[in-house]
Structures are given as structure tokens and as C-alpha cells.
Ligand binder design. Structure first.
Ligand code: SF4
Ligand code: SF4
Length: 337
């Protein structure tokens, strides 16, 4: 049973003090020094200490329930976001936005990389990772918060491009459904940044993850913004595209929380018709297509592993043979070089 009790003074898990005898002494020492530091600090620092300790235990729980990535943004990081995409339009008491991520196993891309099996990605990575595995994590984490009397609103990853679908029910309320930009929320929560391809990328997995969000009225310690370079602007994703759908000569700049990230201009119409491993948006036809298994992003997966830009690496390189491509005329061929 996961511990819920806390020491009144320091917020350290009561269960943490009930360690096996061989580690009891070490645990007592750690607890003592932690408490001594706590007792000598100012009330402000004590509050910060409790917040950090609670947040650490919360993140431990998220990981124990299967999250590979956990990022926290405070609500002020959404200042300036319009009401139709703002967390407080869904839950006005929101104080923290939790972004949970689960990796897409590299093997889920293998069938498409070899050009022989497209259903593996569609089923495991496109469907089961978000709708089964990550959804179970999200529900468990929401229960963790609600067991502690904090409300937790789980959000599946729906496309921010979807148009309004109803009528406003109050004069000051936006039209339902309010959609958050999940990738931008993940940037605000410190999980990663946008690559030149326009894909959200993390230092752990590059472009290989699915995300879900929990809005809560609990106050948790926000994470620092991601400063790690994951995209080195190599341009390989752009030159790999057989439909010339990405244009870097006219780049766009995405600004999130004051951070400017350069991205190529993307012809989403071309990506929607792409036969190189892209899939239509599952939730709405206006949503951006899923490009994780497309030639552009698979090329990126290979590049960021090869150059050591991501932590999750493998015994063998991802790309074992020259890539295949289906060009604008619908003809299949092998990419030269
Ligand atoms: S392929 Fe290179 S330029 Fe494109 S997103 Fe990946 S790292 Fe960035
Ligand atoms: S999804 Fe297809 S068309 Fe779009 S950028 Fe990637 S390879 Fe090009």
C-alpha cells in the first residue's frame, strides 16, 4: 500500500520511516539531517521544503504507475493564452498543470521503417499507448490527488485545431470544447521543446512520446524549463520529406513562456496525404496528422540517437538500411545516399 501519511512537521512519508532493519539506521540519519535542516530554516523556506517534498513524492507515484515523463507547470505560465485554449476555462480553480508522458517504444516504428507492417504503430503507439497504458496512469494519478482532497481533471490529447462544437453557456464562457495545446503545455511544464520539424521533442525520447494532462487545484513545485538542446537543426527531417512539405527558408517562430523556438513552415495538407508513415489525426480531421512514424520523424529518430542528443539509445542504430519513400506521383523507391 502506497503511503499517504505524513510527519506533521516535515511532510516526509511516515512509511518511509518504517524501513527494513538493515536500512533503518541509514534512514534515521537521513531523516534526522533533513529534519534538522528544516527546523533551522525560515517559515518561507519550510514551506518551499514541504512543497518540494510533496512534489517529489507525487512524481515518484506517477513513475510507479507507468509515467516515463512528468512535468509540472504553474497556472501563471498560461498567462496570455486565449480562453478557448486556457486550462482555467475548463477548471477555473486550476493551480497546477501536470503533463504525463509515456514513451513510444522504438520497436513500434520498425514495421514502418522496413515498409512492411504499418498496423503495429497504429495499434500500439497510436492507440494503446495513449488510450490504454497512459490513460490508466492518468486515472491513477488523478485518484492519488483526489484521495488527498485535490480535484484532478484528466485530459486526453485532443487536437487544439478542432473547431468549436456547441454554444457558450455563460456570457463570459468560451464555446465548448475548450482544447489545450498539449505540446505547448509540455513546453510550459519543462518536458522539452519544439524541433525544427515542428514536433515536440524531449531529451529522453526525442519525438517518441504520447502525452496526457491533469489540471488540479493542488499547488505543486513547477519544473524548470527545458534548456537541453534536442534538435540541433540538422535539417535531415526536411530534406527527407518526399513531398517537400516542410519549408525552412520561411521558418516560423513559436514563442512559449518567452522562449522562441524556430520551426519549419509545414504544409499540413501535404502531410495529411502522405503515404510515408503518417496517420490522420485520430480525433478530428482538422487536427494535425500523427507524423511520429513518417519518414521525416523516423529520420529524426535516427539522427538524435546517432548524435547522442537523446538519453534513450540502443545497441544498434535505428536505420539499418536505406530508407524507402513514396513520392508525389505515388511511386515507391529507395532514398539515395
Ligand atoms: S531531424 Fe534534425 S532538424 Fe529535424 S527535428 Fe530532428 S534534430 Fe531537428
Ligand atoms: S508527414 Fe510526410 S509529407 Fe509531412 S513532412 Fe513528414 S514525410 Fe513530409
Amino acid at each position: 500500500m502506497e503511503s499517504m501519511g505524513c510527519c506533521e512537521r516535515c511532510g516526509i512519508s511516515a512509511q518511509r520511516r518504517r524501513t527494513p532493519s538493515d536500512t533503518r539506521q541509514v534512514a534515521r540519519g537521513a531523516l534526522h539531517s533533513k529534519y534538522t535542516l528544516y527546523r533551522r530554516s525560515t517559515p518561507d523556506r519550510q514551506e518551499a521544503f514541504q512543497l518540494q517534498d510533496l512534489t517529489n513524492r507525487f512524481k515518484e507515484y506517477c513513475r510507479s504507475r507507468g509515467a516515463d515523463l512528468v512535468g509540472i507547470a504553474s497556472i501563471d505560465r498560461f498567462d496570455g493564452v486565449p480562453p478557448e485554449h486556457h486550462p482555467r476555462s475548463i477548471f477555473p480553480e486550476t493551480r497546477s498543470i501536470i503533463v504525463l508522458g509515456k514513451r513510444i517504444a522504438r520497436g513500434c516504428l520498425r514495421g514502418i521503417e522496413e515498409g512492411t507492417q504499418f498496423a503495429i504503430y497504429a495499434q500500439y503507439a497510436g492507440n494503446w499507448v495513449p488510450d490504454r497504458f497512459l490513460a490508466l496512469t492518468t486515472v491513477s494519478v488523478a485518484q492519488f490527488l483526489e484521495d488527498r482532497r485535490w480535484e484532478a481533471v484528466p485530459l486526453p490529447c485532443l487536437p487544439v485545431q478542432a473547431p468549436p462544437m456547441g454554444i457558450p453557456v455563460r456570457p463570459d464562457a468560451p464555446t465548448p470544447n475548450v482544447m489545450l495545446d498539449f505540446d505547448e503545455a509540455a513546453v510550459r511544464a519543462g518536458l522539452g521543446r519544439f524541433g525544427l520539424s515542428g514536433e515536440f521533442m524531449t531529451p529522453q525520447f526525442g519525438p517518441r512520446q504520447q502525452l496526457q494532462i491533469i489540471l488540479t487545484d493542488a499547488v505543486l513545485q513547477p519544473d524548470p524549463f527545458c534548456e537541453t538542446v534536442v534538435c540541433d537543426e540538422c535539417g535531415e527531417c526536411i530534406s527527407a520529406c518526399p513531398l517537400d512539405a516542410m519549408n525552412v527558408s520561411q521558418p516560423e517562430t513559436r514563442i512559449v513562456c518567452g522562449m522562441a523556438m524556430k520551426t519549419a513552415r509545414v504544409d499540413w495538407g501535404a502531410c495529411r496525404s502522405c503515404r510515408n508513415g503518417a496517420f490522420p489525426n485520430r480525433a478530428h480531421p482538422t487536427g494535425t496528422p500523427d507524423r511520429t512514424a513518417a519518414l521525416c520523424v523516423r529520420t529524426c529518430v535516427h539522427h538524435v540517437e546517432k548524435t547522442g542528443l537523446v538519453a534513450n539509445t540502443f545497441e544498434r542504430p535505428f536505420r539499418q538500411r536505406p530508407a524507402w519513400r513514396v513520392d508525389k506521383t505515388g511511386a515507391a523507391g529507395i532514398v539515395e545516399g
